[in-house]
Design a protein around this ligand. Structure first.
Ligand code: SF4
Length: 224
């Protein structure tokens, strides 16, 4: 991350607008029907591919429907059912303990306030923002996942490496109307063009060969 250059604010805003427009149909990538499904899926998805999370949750959601169901589960039982995701033992404990709090303190309803969500085990700002946006339509902040971290550095939207600092920096100038989808826009751009190992800068709409030429990377340094 050492050589990243911070873009001028007007250029950074323009880069975000162009990407938002290019991937305007981007949406959240995990399957869920209820806020409790979403909370569980979001905890499971940390450092786990979406396809794996989405392959584990159907059977889980069939068996456990409420916070009380999860709160009553034995963590080791739950761990067996989620054994395909990374850190399944710790995630099982977080889910059970978070759902105990939700059941006992919030009558089984997933909280809809940031500070209440952050008190739950396994929930950081990224997951809390994800729940607020996708379960309740409340856009309080930007969920900063690994794609947001990577692309923000490459494009020069932020020179920070701490997700909370990146979130504050982006929120200081990115139009609020983009907060809801920016995470999914960046993920799509990352999967398609700004690929993790070697970005395809020659085909990028903000790259060195585009008419916009906003991103400071040239495809050689970007992968570092
Ligand atoms: S120019 Fe390259 S590094 Fe910059 S956003 Fe496009 S693909 Fe990513």
């Amino acid at each position: 991350m050492a050589r990243f250059v911070l873009l001028e604010r007007n250029k950074a805003k323009r880069a975000v607008e162009l990407l938002e427009n290019e991937y305007k149909d981007s949406k959240y990538y995990l399957n869920f029907k209820t806020p409790i499904d979403l909370l569980v899926a979001a905890i499971l998805s940390a450092q786990t591919r979406d396809e794996v999370t989405n392959s584990v949750t159907p059977a889980l959601f069939k068996k456990y429907k409420t916070a009380k169901d999860y709160a009553s589960a034995k963590p080791e039982e739950l761990a067996k059912q989620i054994s395909r995701v990374t850190f399944f033992g710790n995630k099982a404990k977080s889910i059970v303990n978070a759902c105990k709090i939700i059941y006992e303190k919030y009558r089984g309803r997933v909280p809809s306030k940031m500070d209440e969500l952050l008190e739950l085990p396994g929930i950081g700002r990224k997951t809390a923002n994800t729940i607020l946006i996708n379960a309740y339509g409340i856009v309080e902040g930007i969920p900063v996942d690994t794609w947001v971290i990577k692309l923000s550095g490459r494009i020069g939207l932020s020179t920070e490496s701490d997700p909370d600092k990146i979130e504050s920096e982006l929120e200081s100038y990115v139009d609020r109307k983009y907060w809801k989808n920016i995470t999914y826009v960046f993920k799509n751009h990352g999967r398609k063009i700004c690929q993790s190992q070697v970005p395809i800068c020659s085909q990028c709409l903000i790259g060195p060969k585009s008419r916009n030429q906003l991103c400071p990377q040239n495809g050689v340094n970007a992968s570092k």
